[in-house]
Design a protein around this ligand. Structure first.
Ligand code: SF4
Ligand code: SF4
Length: 206
């Protein structure tokens, strides 16, 4: 079980550079999705002419299923500068993997409650940390893709793109760097260090 909460309205609006294609995942029964709030915000974006298209579906954490459902939206996605995803962290990462050359943004934060998340075994995961970093990391989760869950960049121990903690694993921050380079967003790494609010990690599950 988990809870998705919208990020601050100003944050979401600032994510839409140019035009966006919107993906809503109303998810499985295990997820609380802020349906009404998300709808109101999306109406605002549409009225401002900032949306090329949208889809509301479920289980976007199933890549095959998502691919099929997005087929008829290919032109609208191509026309968008950003794919804005309203879902938990696993859903956003699934979209980011699918459109690795495009800017994919998370409109929600994901908070944990006991239970499971996602329906398909995937190579990536979300620890439901409560303060989603995917918008700063090219859609790759620094909490789960880095052995030390570093949020401010590489530790310095990586060799040949592999993690110093687990040499069989690709360094998460090397992957983040390569993804940001691919989408032309290395500038994001020059942002001042983000102070993390660790209270959000388990605040909801108390
Ligand atoms: S940063 Fe990672 S763990 Fe935190 S909400 Fe986003 S995907 Fe989940
Ligand atoms: S080598 Fe990379 S993945 Fe491993 S702990 Fe350091 S930054 Fe994280």
């Amino acid at each position: 079980m988990l809870i998705t909460e919208l990020k601050a309205k100003e944050t979401i609006l600032s994510l839409v550079e140019g035009k966006a294609f919107i993906i809503n995942c109303h998810g499985c029964r295990e997820i609380r999705f802020p349906e009404k709030e998300a709808d109101a915000l999306q109406q605002e974006l549409m009225a401002a002419g900032k949306v090329t298209g949208s889809i509301t579906t479920d289980y976007i954490c199933n890549p095959e299923n998502l691919k099929l459902r997005l087929e008829k939206h290919a032109a609208a996605i191509e026309a968008a500068d950003t794919v804005l995803v309203f879902s938990c962290g696993v859903g956003v990462q699934t979209v980011a993997e699918m459109f690795s050359g495009k800017r994919v943004c998370a409109a929600c934060d994901t908070y944990a409650l006991p239970g499971f998340q996602g329906v398909t075994p995937l190579e990536y995961d979300c620890k439901q940390c409560g303060e989603c970093y995917l918008n700063l990391t090219g859609g790759i989760c620094p909490i789960t893709a880095c052995s030390k869950s570093l949020v401010n960049g590489q530790c310095g121990g990586s060799k040949n793109g592999k993690c110093e903690v687990d040499p069989d694993m690709d360094c998460g921050w090397e992957r983040i760097y390569q993804r940001l380079k691919k989408i032309g967003r290395l500038d994001v790494l020059k942002c001042p260090v983000q102070v993390r609010n660790y209270a959000t990690d388990d605040e909801v599950s108390k």
